[in-house]
Design a protein around this ligand. Structure first.
Ligand SMILES: [Zn+2]
Length: 422
């Protein structure tokens, strides 16, 4: 393989790709920390130096939050940075958008890691040469792959009709403000690939996810006089059972795109806080969770289903009938999203990958929310997810991505750029 490649066959520089990925992983860009902007600025600076047309702007968070379509935010932020980098064609071809988030979730229990989450290591995982760090799969490997693909095309001197736009974003993990800002900034495209981890299969649809809070009010009493109080922990129990029954009902029949998942639309309680003293009957319980939204289901319908289940549970309890549980929707509000199977982007990514590897990727829906619903919904841009690494590695300790998948992703993206924009 030649180093720079020819215009017909631009080659991926594997060494540069891995070095770039390690640079990205060393920035602990957890949502809501200053490092979130730092990694965006790192990319803007590097892409400017590499000769791309870079636009970098400070996102007006207050204006965005006032927008009725604002997708939500779960961590405190006072600023965020938008970045695009364009490899421009002659203007006669389509615009291909390559989108990827640069924020990562916190590492969780450090004791579950075998090393520092923000000191990337190249080791074998499951018998494969891999990179391990927080954000390796979700999704700095995908960002590094799109970067390597554009560089390969640029360095090979391929004449393009259409343009390729790299769009790294912040705030995906807690709602999607970065991609929302991108669309409000006026970025448009004819098709989009989000290089979220899909093990190089094609994900043209996502279930949604709505964050909710349940507030249960009881009556405090000294524990020695327990029966004179009303324990919110006991009162929460029938509500939890009602939610479990609702989850069963909502998963009884699901779209065929979701058949590969044991549970397509999970309804999960993530936190419960109740009481403030061991020998006091707890008079307040706050539980927070996440409701899966079905493909084709509106956010309003999904919310109404949960609210009705909670109301029914309350109606059949003497105390809760007069002290009903409050439901509030806050934080990330991910609608489900879908790009039609016949959209050009689905066939184009599939064909590019088959050309590069000889394997036709599977096509299925993801059970998690992503920026796909913003790009396809608000932006009207046919979008698929296609990227290296697996969802099972995401948000987990010792998060990992196999190096060969990152390189293959980059090679597929090169082929896609030539097919779509060449
Ligand atoms: Zn992700």
């Amino acid at each position: 393989m030649t180093q720079a490649g020819s215009p017909d066959d631009p080659a991926i520089d594997e060494g540069a790709l891995v070095a770039d990925l390690l640079d990205l992983l060393r920035v602990p860009s957890m949502g809501g920390t200053p490092a979130e902007a730092e990694v965006q600025d790192l990319l803007a600076g590097r892409w400017l130096a590499e000769g791309l047309e870079v636009e970098r702007w400070d996102i007006d968070l207050a204006a965005l939050q006032a927008d009725p379509h604002f997708p939500g935010m779960e961590v405190a932020r006072t600023s965020a940075v938008g970045v695009t980098a364009t490899l421009a064609g002659d203007g006669t071809g389509p615009v291909l958008l390559l989108n990827g988030h640069t924020d990562v979730v916190p590492p969780g229990d450090l004791g579950a890691w075998t090393g520092d989450p923000f000191v990337p290591r190249r080791i074998e995982v499951e018998g494969r040469d891999s990179i391990v760090a927080r954000g390796a799969a979700d999704m700095k490997a995908g960002v590094a792959a799109m970067w390597a693909a554009v560089r390969a095309v640029q360095q090979a001197g391929v004449p393009l009709r259409g343009s390729v736009v790299l769009a790294p974003v912040s705030g995906e993990e807690d709602g999607g403000l970065g991609t929302f800002a991108l669309l409000r900034h006026g970025v448009r495209a004819d098709m989009c690939v989000i290089t979220e981890p899909s093990e190089l299969d094609i994900v043209p649809a996502n279930g949604g996810a709505l964050t909710f809070r349940l507030t249960v009010r009881g009556q405090a009493a000294h524990a020695s006089m327990r029966t004179t109080g009303v324990s919110t922990i006991e009162k929460f129990y029938p509500v939890l059972q009602a939610l479990q029954a609702l989850e069963d009902l909502r998963n009884a029949e699901v779209d065929p795109l979701m058949h590969r998942w044991p549970l397509a639309y999970p309804l999960s309680i993530g936190t419960i806080h109740a009481g403030d003293w061991a020998s006091t009957v707890p008079d307040l319980l706050v539980a927070e969770g996440r409701l899966g939204v079905a493909l084709g289901e509106s956010v309003d319908d999904a919310r109404a289903a949960l609210e009705a289940a909670v109301a029914d549970a309350c109606a059949s309890d003497g105390w809760l009938a007069t002290h009903p549980v409050e439901v509030t929707w806050w934080g990330g509000q991910f609608a489900s999203g879908r790009t039609p199977a016949e959209a050009a982007v689905v066939g184009a990514v599939s064909a590019a990958h088959a050309t590069v590897t000889g394997r036709v990727p599977a096509v299925y829906g993801g059970p998690y929310g992503s920026d796909l619903r913003l790009l396809a919904g608000i932006g009207g841009i046919p979008t698929v997810q296609f990227g290296p690494g697996g969802v099972r590695a995401a948000h987990a300790p010792d998060e990992w991505v196999p190096v060969d998948e990152v390189v293959t992703c980059a090679r597929t993206l090169v082929r896609l750029i030539l097919d779509v924009c060449g």
